[in-house]
Design a protein around this ligand. Structure first.
Ligand SMILES: Nc1ncnc2c1ncn2[C@@H]1O[C@H](COP(=O)(O)OP(=O)(O)O)[C@@H](O)[C@H]1O
Ligand SMILES: O=C(O)C1=C[C@@H](OP(=O)(O)O)[C@@H](O)[C@H](O)C1
Length: 174
């Protein structure tokens, strides 16, 4: 583990941030937290309900609050983030930024193959319209690459393989 250094996992919706984080903690001393989970628990409602009831701008404000808290108060933690969290101004101050990268079609294929696919799609308001989601992906991908300290191509790898690559790359990045 790096001293006083968080790992911030970024990447498009459904690319596997949560899945990889859960593998990393099995093979290291890291504790993991998820910005979406923090927001849902503070609000006592689901992300899709926050979007529906108060709109995306309100959700982004909540993300900003979480980002400020992460920077001031969280250390030595693997932080999994929502797909839009990478835009936070203080992102690089929170920790080493690791991008999970994969083509749009592969991400969607994976989600659709999951036994709980419908639920997985429903809980992500920005995946409702796949054409718009593809546009969002195209707009974001260069920005993800720009902000990342480390990039992991997750396309042909299991979450376990990705977690091992992450731990190795983080170690050598220090
Ligand atoms: N490396 C992987 N190989 C195959 N399927 C994966 C992999 N990583 C994630 N998945 C599947 O993709 C979907 C989205 O993963 P998830 O971890 O929830 O993504 P995120 O946290 O980035 O939104 C889930 O159905 C999960 O089981
Ligand atoms: O890409 C985005 O802007 C979003 C991604 C979601 O998280 P996941 O990446 O975990 O699906 C969630 O934060 C919200 O629906 C907005």
């Amino acid at each position: 583990m790096l001293k006083n250094k968080n790992i911030v996992l970024i990447g498009f919706m459904g690319v596997g941030k949560g899945s990889v984080a859960r593998e990393v903690i099995k093979h290291s001393d890291y504790i993991t937290i998820d910005t979406d989970d923090i927001i849902e628990s503070m609000q006592n409602r689901k992300i899709k309900d926050i979007f529906a009831q108060d709109g995306e701008a309100y959700f982004r404000k909540l993300e900003r609050n979480v980002a400020a808290w992460l920077e001031s108060s969280v250390k030595n933690t693997l932080i999994s983030t929502g797909g839009g969290f990478y835009k936070q101004e203080n992102l690089k101050k929170i920790g080493t930024v690791v991008l999970l990268d994969s083509p749009f079609e592969k991400i969607i294929k994976r989600i659709k193959h999951h036994p709980n696919a419908l639920k997985k799609l429903k809980k992500r308001p920005l995946l409702k319209d796949l054409k718009k989601a593809q546009e969002l992906y195209d707009e974001r991908r260069p920005e993800y690459l720009k902000v990342a300290d480390i990039v992991i191509d997750v396309t042909k790898k299991s979450a376990l393989e990705c977690s091992k690559e992450l731990l190795k790359k983080v170690k050598t990045h220090a």
